[in-house]
Design a protein around this ligand. Structure first.
Ligand code: PHE
Ligand code: ZN
Length: 903
């Protein structure tokens, strides 16, 4: 178990107080050694005006050995708190003084991957949120910002590359085969943005000139042998720099900007000032080893970390409750970047659909479970548990709504004001919203700011319901919008939100109708944003005489203009109309999804089979599939039914087996009824030109892969061998990873007899490439449970835990095998024999002994046991209780399982 573990009280937002002491500058020296690294730290400390002289100084520290502590050159008496923090009861009385510390830490024993650790023979750091205290004693809180000078000393042959934040000032040789490098970062920063790397790496580099005419050096560091896989990361970085200048007027503020890839990493990537450290998954890509989705992920994460340089680093968070200040805003920015990079409006819509899908698949469940928390949480036990999809993705939606309420130009004005006011500061979510509102005094955001901020303070996904009353003779439509919110942990009653509702009205022949509200002189446009701020509000649209006898069909919440669950009250005929004619691509997709979802929901009660799809729906889906000028990527999204967990979200007592059965029957019907269309789609979307990961090509491959899945499914059901044979061939000689993986998935999810041989082939072809092996594990974890012979997946996962290529020590491996199984394969995970749950508990406990952050992530897969029907509910609860009853649990896991049992 961890030594020096901090006491595990609840930290509350309202307890915030400004620091009594601040650190102006820090001079660090590292004598790097895997077993015992020596850290020297010279701190210029200043006492706050409000702090009386002689006030004890408390420095955070965890798992360190202190060798020496001097104040202004004199030795100081000190003591340790239980968790490892250092208390100096009598610090120098001068307002500003120097503290000199020497301590050691043990990088090779650091399996938590927080602080200074070793991976693949090199040294790497991860300091967010509270890792710096595992390197040396410090005021490890984001509102303490210091200027860093860093000297690294290490063996030259083993660690030829020595990096830290900012600019390289000096380097040279030392005795005994060692060398050194000295770095200086001119920008004051909180400790969580500190980084160092010492390793045997090579780099791709590129000089660029900014719009402002300044030269910068961009570098991407990877292990020898991986250089050929860095082109896309570099291209993404160059595009990110250009985009932030063009869209927000924000330029790179450093001479040099570095990205370093490491294969053992708890998260996706980290925005350390000038020295971003990345999970290899978000750096390395070649057409042969990475899918289109991987390429897109690299673009978005490279963008995300780069954009943090302004939103996160230049302006940072006052305290960790404000995490969404940097994360929500930066996710919003990376989403916008990806949309702009996609090119066409329709490709941007595809991006948006992907983002909303993710929100619904991950954030909505979080928001209705025991870990539900506001975008700006009120309390936590372990801050690492709050790097959540609520803080990130819902936080991004909250920023996006502000953009919607002030308009794009207004949002830019707001961002400008935010930087004018707060550059160089550590601030709060309130400061952000205030700046956006103040720059747009006439906007609905400014008019409703206090109420708008409920989005930061109240957890849970609001419900929005819409009803219409049509007066055919007057040509008048009354739209009534109602909002409500369910209680969430610690918040029984909710106040009304400000909900921007983007909408249009369609005539029954599909025409977009001009919009005129009662009281307006003339119609204006065919789309607008209504702002719902009361619990219930009605809007009267007039001048709709030619809408048709049955009246207009509203297309609501276009582009998903607010993170709510919408009950639009439409019938299937109206949805079919939207699917065919809506000018908003997002709502066309939404119509298709709702049509499919409602079929499944209608069939869920009872135990009958899914009724045959009616011809109107099949015809509408066929029309989408065959429509000229519609993106292939859009077609793939529209024709893929909502995943099982999204269906489960809609019901009270979840029977994962029943949902699986019905969704499989739906897939089988789609395969059958559209058979000729799938064959056409496959042929029509083969690419002959060279690989590019762009929107057009990835769309074609996505649709071709879906078609192949449907064709293999159909073939297996009918005993044909042609399509499975083709798929097998493709696994062997597909032109790129997306094609090979798509074919392999078709065999595995189609239950083909060739799946086993194809998997073996895929493993052999991986040739030890870590990221390809990750896929091999993930596919098996996601394998569809065959309807006839269930129970095959869980034992397979257990066996894979023992596979020579598997290791619990590597977070990517754990995520690909375990999270894929628990999260993406409900029918395999939720078994009557509880085999999945036992496996889950075993893995959580095994991980918790050395990497509590990852253990807690895995622990979260069973936090919503309460929504299950019996017998799963009791069995799942028992597994959670078993973990909770373990005598030595980390604070991370204890917080998760405790909340899961309490709620
Ligand atoms: N701040 C990182 C990001 O969002 C995520 C991260 C958090 C990485 C904590 C490591 C540790 O870009
Ligand atoms: Zn981030």
């Amino acid at each position: 178990m961890r030594e020096g573990q901090a006491p595990t009280g609840l930290i509350r937002r309202e307890d915030y107080s400004a620091p009594a002491y601040r650190i102006l500058s820090v001079d660090l020296t590292f004598d790097l050694d895997p077993a015992k690294t020596l850290v020297g730290s010279k701190l210029r400390i200043t006492r706050d005006a409000a702090t009386p002289a002689g006030t004890p100084l408390r420095l955070d520290g965890e798992g360190l050995s202190l060798l020496r502590c001097l104040g202004d050159g004199e030795s100081l008496s000190f003591r340790h708190e239980e968790g490892g923090a250092l208390i100096i009861d009598n610090p120098p009385a001068a307002e500003t003084f120097t503290l000199e510390i020497r301590n050691t830490c043990a990088p090779e024993k650091n399996l938590e991957l927080s602080g200074l650790y070793t991976s693949g023979g090199g040294f790497f750091t991860q300091c967010e949120a509270e890792g710096f205290r595992r390197i040396t004693y410090f005021l490890d809180r984001p509102d303490v910002m210091a200027v860093y000078s860093v000297t690294l000393r290490a063996d030259k042959a083993k660690y030829p590359v020595l990096l830290s934040n900012g600019n390289l000032v000096e380097q040279g040789s030392l005795d005994n085969g060692r060398h050194y490098a000295k770095w200086h970062d001119p920008f004051p920063k909180p400790a969580y943005l500190f980084a160092l790397v010492a390793a045997d790496l090579v780099c791709r580099e590129q000089k660029i000139t900014s719009r402002a005419g300044k030269e910068h050096l961009l570098q991407v560091y990877v292990r020898r042998g991986d250089l050929g896989k860095t082109e896309h990361a570099m291209a993404s970085l160059i595009a990110s720099v250009a985009w932030d200048e063009a869209r927000f007027g924000l330029s790179l503020d450093l001479e040099r900007f570095m990205i370093v890839a490491v294969s053992d990493f708890n998260m996706g990537a980290m925005e350390n000032k000038g020295l971003n450290i990345f999970n290899t998954k978000y750096v390395l890509a070649s057409p042969a080893t990475a899918t289109d989705a991987d390429f897109a992920g690299i673009e978005s994460v490279v963008g995300h970390e780069y954009f943090h340089n302004w939103t996160g680093n230049r302006i940072t968070c006052r305290d960790w409750f404000q995490l969404s200040l940097k994360e929500g805003l930066t996710v919003y920015r990376d989403q916008e970047f990806s949309m702009d990079m996609a090119g066409s409006a329709s490709a941007a819509a595809v991006q948006r659909i992907g983002d909303v899908k993710r929100l619904r698949e991950f954030q909505f469940p979080e928001d209705s479970g025991p870990m539900a928390h506001p975008v700006r949480p009120d309390s936590y036990v372990e801050i690492n548990n709050f790097y959540t999809t609520t803080v990130y993705e819902k936080g991004a939606e909250v920023v996006r709504m502000q953009d919607t309420l002030v308009g794009r130009a207004g949002f830019r004005r707001g961002m400008d004001l935010y930087f004018q006011r707060h550059d160089g500061q550590a601030v709060t979510c309130d400061d952000f919203a205030q700046a956006i509102a103040d720059a747009n005094p006439d906007s609905p955001l400014a008019a409703n700011l206090a109420q708008f901020k409920h989005w930061y303070a109240q957890a849970g996904t609001p419900r929005l319901s819409a009803r219409t009353r049509w007066d055919a003779t007057a040509g008048r439509l009354r739209l009534t919008l109602t909002q409500s919110a369910l209680p969430s942990p610690g918040q029984a009653d909710k106040q009304a939100f400000v909900i921007p509702v983007r909408l249009g009205l369609l005539a029954r022949d599909g025409r977009a109708l001009p919009l005129q509200l009662d009281g307006e002189a003339a119609p204006a446009g065919t789309e607008r944003v209504l702002v719902l701020s009361a619990t219930e509000q009605s809007f009267d649209f007039v001048g709709l005489g030619d809408a048709g006898e049955a009246g207009p069909v509203p297309s609501l919440l276009r582009g998903f203009s607010a993170p709510v669950v919408l009950d639009d009250g439409l019938d299937s005929a109206e949805r079919l109309l939207l699917l065919r004619h809506d000018a908003d691509a997002f709502n066309r997709w939404e119509a298709a999804q709702r049509l499919l979802q409602e079929l499944l929901l209608a069939a869920l009660p009872g135990d009958g089979d899914l009724p045959a799809l009616d011809e109107a729906l099949v015809e509408a889906l066929r029309a989408v599939l065959r429509e000229d000028g519609l993106d292939a990527a859009f077609k793939e999204l529209a024709l893929t039914p909502p995943i099982e967990s999204v269906i489960a979200e809609q019901v009270e007592a979840v029977d994962p087996q029943r949902i699986h059965r019905l969704r499989e029957q739906l897939r089988a019907q789609l395969a059958e009824r559209l058979h000729a269309d799938w064959a056409w789609a496959w042929d029509a979307h083969q690419l002959r030109e060279g690989y590019r990961p762009d929107a057009h090509q990835s769309g074609c491959r996505a649709l071709a892969n879906l078609a192949l899945q449907m064709l293999v499914l159909h073939a297996v059901a009918h005993g044909d061998e042609v399509w499975p044979g083709r798929a097998y061939q493709r696994v062997k000689d597909g032109g790129c990873m997306t094609e090979r993986l798509g074919a392999l998935l078709a065999l595995v999810h189609g239950g083909s007899a060739l799946a086993g041989a194809a998997l073996e082939r895929f493993h052999a072809d991986a040739r030890g490439d870590d990221l390809v092996l990750d896929k091999w594990f993930a596919i098996q974890a996601a394998a569809t449970e065959p309807l006839g012979a269930p129970g095959s997946v869980a034992p397979r996962i257990r066996a894979l835990l023992q596979h020579p290529d598997f290791s619990l020590k590597n977070p990517n491996r754990v995520r690909n095998l375990i999270s894929t199984f628990c999260r993406d394969n409900p029918a395999a995970f939720h078994r009557a024999d509880a085999g999945g749950y036992v496996l889950w508990a075993d893995v959580v406990l095994a991980l918790d002994a050395f990497n509590p952050q990852i253990a807690a992530r895995i622990a979260r897969h069973l936090e919503r046991w309460r929504v299950l029907a019996e017998p799963w509910r009791s069995a799942a609860r028992e597994a959670v209780a078993r973990v909770a009853g373990h005598p030595r649990l980390s604070a991370d896991v204890r917080e998760i399982v405790g909340k899961a049992l309490d709620a």
